[in-house]
Design a protein around this ligand. Structure first.
Ligand code: NAD
Ligand code: IPM
Ligand code: MN
Length: 356
């Protein structure tokens, strides 16, 4: 029972509020025999204030040597005019740890669809696999001048291949379907994505594939979200579509993500940002962060049992109508978190009772 070494990056605005919730849930399930140690490191705006840079070497070291990394969110108005923004620390962290695949699940039970703005009363269960360390986010050259500016969207074959394989491997474990989302009617990078996608698909004869232009995909996500299984897309499209996908649940504050590379630590972070508009009010939705903890237990520590207990408790509490205001409730972050922990402890007692 080796001790798990988890680096914690709380970040800014609601970051520490939701991290506290996630860690309280982690502590609650650890009584089931999960031995871990937390290592808090400054990151984002918090690190700019302390060290003048959003990703200090000591934080990068703590992240690279961890078994897993939990991150809440960084950025906000306080640092928007700083020469280097907190968000750049996040981009550098992803790049330096080579976390090229970002997995963003939208999984909603039929019951939880009552919180959806969509009138679809069926379960929704798909994942977006977003390329995370290339494309227009990192492409050079890039320039900002007074009377003009440019960015570069650039992809290599191997960058597409490695993330496509992750999408196909996921599909094999799911419903055997991958949808590529691109803009191959216009963009050269998309044409390469399409080509490489079909080459990789040949290695997965049982996986069905299709392809959508990103504009049509944005439409289908809200008209027929239950028709998707795995969606594979490039960095910027994935950023945009995943916020849209989150809103199917009724709030951006519910969706976790994991970012992984070819080995090494995996980073778990909500897909949303630091929500400066609601920070300090104690009403941030903790579900995204709590689901990150569940994801971490399953994928980094092989504890599907604890992970499932958390997800079940989250669903049970939501189905009782206990929610933060973003999903129409009147509970605080802490109240929702405490209910989830109560529920977990009841379930655990019950499972012990059965075992004995
Ligand atoms: P945001 O995701 O922070 O917020 C968008 C809207 O969703 C806001 O109205 C916010 O209140 C709401 N929201 C988000 N998370 C919520 C939660 N857990 N509970 C309840 N409501 C929630 O996006 P933004 O306002 O465009 O950006 C704010 C800052 O966050 C910016 O500096 C941005 O760059 C940064 N950002 C960081 C990350 C990250 O660290 N991974 C991701 C996205 C944005
Ligand atoms: C996200 C965020 C980041 C991104 C920003 C803060 C750089 O929006 O994780 O989705 O665009 O990747
Ligand atoms: Mn985003």
């Amino acid at each position: 029972n080796k001790q798990a070494n988890i680096t914690v990056l709380q970040g800014d605005y609601i970051g520490p509020e939701i991290m506290k919730a996630g860690l309280a849930v982690l502590k609650a399930v650890s009584s089931e025999g999960f031995n871990y140690q937390l290592n808090f490191a400054p990151f984002g705006g918090e690190a700019i204030d302390q060290f003048g840079a959003p990703l200090p070497d000591s934080t990068l070291d703590a992240a690279s040597s961890a078994d897993a990394i939990l991150l809440a969110a960084v950025g906000g108005p306080k640092w928007d005019d700083n020469p280097e923004r907190p968000e750049n620390g996040l981009l550098q962290l992803r790049k330096k740890l080579n976390l090229f695949a970002n997995i963003r699940p939208t999984e909603i039970t039929a019951d939880a669809m009552k919180y959806s703005p969509l009138k679809i009363y069926q379960p929704v269960d798909f994942v977006i696999v977003r390329e995370l360390t290339s494309g227009i986010y990192f492409g050079k050259p890039r320039e900002l001048a007074n009377d003009g500016a440019f960015d570069t969207m650039r992809y290599t074959r191997s960058e597409i291949e490695r993330v496509a394989k992750i999408a196909f491997d996921m599909a094999v474990q799911r419903r055997q379907h991958v949808t590529l989302v691109d803009k191959s009617n216009v963009l050269a990078t998309s044409k390469l994505w399409e080509k490489v996608f079909h080459e990789v698909a040949r290695g997965y004869p049982n996986v069905e594939v299709d392809r959508l232009y990103v504009d049509a995909a944005a439409m289908k996500l809200i008209s027929v979200p239950n028709q998707f299984d795995v969606i594979l897309t490039e960095n910027l499209f994935g950023d945009i579509l995943s916020d849209e996908a989150a809103e199917i649940t009724g709030s951006l504050g519910t969706i976790p993500s994991m970012s992984k590379g070819a080995g090494g630590p995996v980073l778990y972070e909500p897909i949303h940002g630091s929500a400066p508009d609601i920070a300090g009010k104690g009403i941030a939705d903790p579900l995204s962060m709590i689901r990150c903890v569940a994801m971490m237990l399953k994928y980094s520590f092989n504890r599907s049992d604890l992970s499932q207990q958390i997800l079940d408790s989250v669903d049970a509490v939501a189905s009782q109508g206990i929610n933060t205001p973003d999903r129409g409730g009147d509970s605080s972050t802490q109240q929702v978190t405490n209910k989830i922990i109560d529920r977990l402890q009841k379930n655990t007692k019950y499972s012990r009772y059965i075992k004995n």
